[in-house]
Ligand binder design. Sequence first.
Ligand SMILES: *Cc1c(COP(=O)(O)O)cnc(C)c1O
Length: 359
Amino acid sequence: MSQVYNFSAGPAMLPMQVMKQMQAELLEYANAKASVMEISHRGADFMEMAQKSEQDLRDLMNIPDNYKVLFLQGGASAQFSMVPINLLRGKKVANYAHTGHWSKKAIAEAQRYCDVNICTDNSSNKYTNIDDFDKWRIEEQGAYLHYTPNETIAGLEFDYIPEVDMPLVADMSSTILSREIDVSKYGVIYAGAQKNIGISGLTIVIIREDLIGNVIANQPVLFDYTTQTNNDSMYNTPSTYPWYVAGRVFEWLKEQGGLSAMAKINEHKAKTLYDAIDGSDFYSNPVAKKYRSWMNIPFLLANEDMNGLFLEKAAERDLITLKGHRSVGGMRASIYNAMPYEGVDALVGFMQDFEKENG
Ligand SMILES: *Cc1c(COP(=O)(O)O)cnc(C)c1O
């Protein structure tokens, strides 16, 4: 098989080492004499894997002891509901930053449960910039502040953490594990697995213990964080295979040197691609430099009529899934942890050749 580089925004590329482990272990896992897909989540082999994966994630992210780690289903989108259901704690308002497609969806869901104070809104600049924090209009009576540190579609990433006197909630679906963060600054962190953790079907939730236990009455039992923490994410059958894959990715990340090492690699990969875009009149990226994402890099061709040809020629060079989101147009290269330097170099090389031939 030739080396293909997959720039999909999610489900996204996995580390080759993890894919090979998945393949080698597919039929028979540990001592189970069966596939990890076929065994009970309450059996010794799975339980051991589950505990180790949580510990590895705690080590990687340096998660303090007063935080629970959950391995849930429903994607990040289910957290759009679980957050207000559990965190309003009798309050009527919550603060939300509207900085892109995903925060907009989180807002729409929260509006079913409370008044949403949109404390900052950059939709008028098409999500290409973020207001300085001192311009935000925070409602101090709000139950929490929700924001999206990396907006996957516009390729917009915060370079600061909002500082507020209320729980800070972050949808880190497309940035978790890409660099070190200070977990203690957050009340809740959540992320769908299919970008930087593993495969779809799993959502990681990291929640400060004192925020658990305040669910609104008569909500689905599965949507109560208490149900999930009291049962170690096994109130019902968890998403076993995605959980196992996540565990293998965490081991791989530790082998790479952890998140400080990943941050250096990711910063370098992103710089390589942005430099190529900025160094040419043929390609452009509309996002304010300060807020450019390390993970998702949209770029436009000067001549939009060439989009189809670009994608076709890229695929011939085994560079796939570069088509931009329909709301932004052009191209988008998602370069999560699993994308090696070589993939970015191959893309940049192709972009330069394409410009020479068609520019
Ligand atoms: C992909 C993505 C989502 C949606 O995740 P699902 O797991 O499909 O619900 C939400 N937020 C962000 C930032 C994303 O990148």
